[in-house]
Design a protein around this ligand. Sequence first.
Ligand code: IVH
Length: 683
Amino acid sequence: MTPAQRAAELRRQLEEHNYRYYVLDAPVISDAEYDRLFDELKRLEERHPELRTPDSPTQRVGGAPRAEFKPVRHRVPMLSLRKCNDEGELRDFDRRVRETLGRQTIDYTAEPKFDGLAVALIYEHGVLTTGATRGDGETGEDVTENLKTIRAIPLRLRGEAPPLVEIRGEVYLPLAGFRRWQEEAEARGEKPPVNPRNAAAGSLRQLDPAITARRPLAFSAYEVGESRGWQAPARHSQALEQIRRWGLPVSPLIELVRGVEACLDYFARMQRRRAQLPFDIDGVVFKLDEFAARAELGAVSREPRWAVAYKFPAEEAETVVENVEFQVSRTGALNPVARLKPVFVGGATVSNATLHNLDEIARKDVRIGDHVIVRRAGDVIPELVRVLAEKRPRHARAVQVPRQCPVCGARVEREEGEVNARCTNGLSCPAQLLGALAHFVSRRAMDIDGLGEKLLTQLIERGWVKSAADLYALTAERLAGLERMGEKSAAKLVAALEASKQTTLERFLYALGIPEVGEATARDLARHFGDLDSLIAAARADAATAHAEREKDRCPRLREVPEVGPVVAARIAHFFTEPRNLEVIARLREAGVRWPQAAPRAASGALAGKSFVITGTLPGVSRDEASALIEAHGGKVTGSVSSKTDYLLAGEAPGSKLAKAEQLNVPVIGWDELQKMLDRGSE
Ligand code: IVH
């Protein structure tokens, strides 16, 4: 092979890999292999400069720095988009289009509105010759050398290309690159970029292309501009297909939709997906699909009548903190909430924002009367982002932590290391009681249908329900007397209460609302102890050690449960020493709440009747997975080694259980031996 042939072959391969990477999103070689091919071509061109072509991938490193950008005139002006802000305005747009064209329904392409900057790429006989910014729409700047450094932009079109075609699209900076840049700038003490759009624009308008080359810019094509010797297809969606075949990236998020309802559906879907996308979009664009219809509609003052940008509502807005109040949660925590001057943000009016906890108030230095930025993105709870300290009025005052519970008036305390203050009144505080009951009846706990907060509030106010146990004493006659409660729904509720009595230990433990015990911990506790009385016994025995000087001496029994640390263990121990809690549990059991004994273990199987303890890290499996495997074959897994243990399954870095097993002569096996036992059992 001659050097010329090899250079051509390398160029072809590099282009192919670029295309697979950026357009098909399906690379077949590693970055290192790509670099190897690239280096070979570079060396070849250095030895034979005559082989260097303008469309060679080596030319992406960019030419020499320039003193200024040359102006480029756009023969077809680069228009901007008219905007609409809500559903009504989009419907108006669609109606005008339908009326002008005299049609029932319109086909639109629905596209993401990329938040970068528009550029025009001119390909002559398939080779990229000029790249320009939009500028004022008539004249832009020649940034060819900079655009060539963007690997997503092909230097040569694939397949057959016309004498001239101009592809328009957006240059943008993906979020990962933006964040990396921000971090690096901060580390170097430089000014970090404010947002991905500014960052992209700044990178592209660098006079030194070597700087642009270091920024991980991306490109997505969305229009054809000028063309010569090319028979454009009838529809924009077909043109996009052609652009893709030429080897330019076209977003897979672009869809062809029919009618305004489908447009609204697309908008809603994109709004939901937005947070997961690897780049910023600030709305969606709808464009008429048929070119003939576009021509019929024309443009007014730099904006075509055939397209519209539907922007996502701004997610941040400025408002004023009118007050800070405290809401009492089911565990008694006083959660601060900012009461705001109502403001329209993220598509809704917001008048409250969470402040999370007292530490957060201190960190953000929020004071009543402050001007603040609030954020509401999608369906998440509105949040106070930051205080505009420069606008702080003289009368602004600090947030006072209440000394009394705002609901029941009981004393409030804040323990060391806690981020929030707490009401000390337990379930005698109506707010805590309501929270506890709502949790108790919730779907993943006791799953009692028909007991919403309004009804629970009525039950609390009448004094009928003072704890979860009182729920089971409710009768249909009594319930039927309540507001908005018919006989039918009363009977239904009583039936739901009755049905809920059959539950599982893990659900019951979760329903109790033990602080720090979520579903996962409830499951671990149920698995480890098997029955409630063993758990209570361990918790009560541990309570005495909950404040032991050395952390490792605290709650040894509860901490045998995987994932239970000293803090959670102390909470559990405390919960089961409170007489009131034990009384409620006893009354619930009296009322008939029960759970079948710990899942009946398989009596057959390779490990039937054998008891295992697990310690250390097993190769490639979690402890839960290993437990499940053992249990599936009839074995039992417990937390501590005793004379009743049949095997200790030990992985990397075993703990003190190994010494215990050796002391008690319990056989120690590894993961491989367990596999062998299972294999033997299935023979
Ligand atoms: S089409 C008339 N499509 O929005 C056609 N533009 O306000 C105008 N943009 O300068 C361009 N995503 O920077 C089009 N899918 C998309 C777009 C898009 C973002 C930007 C582009 C343009 C501005 C127009």
